[in-house]
Design a protein around this ligand. Structure first.
Ligand code: MG
Length: 377
């Protein structure tokens, strides 16, 4: 099936035709018509084309492999997505293989989110982006059945969603200046570091703007003394925090930096899922939650609650993704200290309408589910 047919087949018209939902006296949703009782999963690869070559400390790329997913139940369609930046170890082949192994038709009640996750974890370990694609589609489906967006189901106030940062990748001075101009609508910038010209990059940005900068070293600093020196240098230049300053294996050295740093130290590559949060608290001040690491929204919500209960800072990030997965993540934005939800803005071929950035702030669509509508449907 080509992309157009895929999107047409999954358009919102199906939602409008779905069986109506009413609420019983005790407040729980009940159906007026009998559900078909079968979850149907379908998926197709979709290559994301990046607006700029994406240069990090360890590699560079111009595309991101991606798989678009839909989950249908009783005539209602939920959308999901797996994005697979190469460093996470998943691929179109691994994701489609995992999804092909799933038998979701066995679940007659789509609200059994915990059971579905337990089942997916039993089918195969890891495969976090593949599991996230199902989780996101499931949340979209359930939100549509309930007629509410997830931020409302979770009881969150959308006005508390923070500004999002806009990423300035490692590049030539000329391209960095151009990217700073492009980032004019954003109140917070994010800088990727971990090469020899880190300070030069910040100086170029500071020659154009004094807006606060979030720093992501992407494990690029191998020496704890150098990492600490950078934290002090960055703190004097209106930087907010430093994400993953050292390789994830260097836990003791990171803890050493954390004890002395004037800026909060945030874990990204160090952690993936819920059990990693407690481990992260030993060396980091906060965590960067991403749906493609956490297996989706269900576990991401638990991670945010746990981290906050431990007094940790919470950051919400994303990969290069369409507005599908970025808008799903945005449902959690009112819970977090910092948002880095610009993944959809970094691609040239988005296929959904969803999250908007208004005056630099994350703005969640007031639509049921994850809040996205396919473009060109
Ligand atoms: Mg990072």
């Amino acid at each position: 099936m080509n992309r157009r047919k895929f999107l047409q087949a999954t358009g919102l018209g199906l939602v409008a035709l779905s069986s109506p939902i009413s609420f019983s006296a005790c407040g729980s949703p009940t159906r007026k018509t009998a559900p078909s009782g079968k979850l149907t999963l379908s998926f197709e690869p979709y290559e994301l084309k990046l607006r700029h070559s994406f240069n990090l400390a360890k590699y560079s790329r111009t595309t991101t492999p991606d798989v678009q997913v839909r989950l249908e139940y009783d005539g209602i369609v939920g959308y999901g997505e797996a994005s697979m930046p190469p460093y996470l170890g998943e691929s179109v082949e691994s994701v489609t293989k995992f999804l092909s192994q799933l038998d979701l038709a066995q679940f007659t009640d789509p609200f059994r989110i915990e059971d579905i996750h337990e089942y997916m974890d039993k089918v195969a370990p890891d495969n976090r982006a593949a599991k996230a694609s199902v989780d996101i589609a499931l949340h979209d489906l359930l939100g549509k059945i309930m007629g509410q967006p997830w931020y409302k189901i979770w009881g969150l106030n959308p006005e508390k969603a923070p500004d999002t940062s806009f990423t300035i990748g490692i590049d030539t001075a000329e391209v960095v200046r151009q990217k700073v101009d492009e980032a004019a609508p954003y109140n917070v910038l994010k800088v990727k570091m971990g090469l020899d010209n880190d300070k030069e990059l910040v100086e170029i940005i500071r020659s154009k703007t004094d807006r606060p900068i979030c720093v992501d070293a992407n494990q690029g600093w191998n020496d704890k003394e150098k990492a600490l020196e950078m934290c002090y240098w960055l703190a004097e230049r209106n930087c907010l925090f430093v994400e993953q300053p050292m390789p994830k294996e260097m836990i003791e050295e990171t803890a050493w930096v954390r004890e002395r740093s004037p800026l909060p130290i945030i874990a990204d590559e160090f952690l993936q899922r819920l059990p990693d949060v407690k481990r992260a608290s030993e060396a980091y001040d906060g965590i960067n939650i991403k749906l493609m690491k956490s297996t989706g929204m269900h576990e991401a919500y638990k991670m945010a609650v746990l981290a906050k209960s431990m007094g940790m800072k919470v950051m919400l990030g994303c990969m290069t993704e369409t507005s599908c997965a970025v808008t799903a993540a945005a449902q959690l934005a009112p819970m977090v200290d910092w948002a880095d939800l610009d993944g959809n803005l970094l691609i040239a071929n988005d296929i959904f309408d969803g999250i908007k950035i208004v005056n630099g702030k994350v703005t969640i669509p007031d639509r049921p589910g994850i809040g996205v509508v396919p473009l060109n449907s």
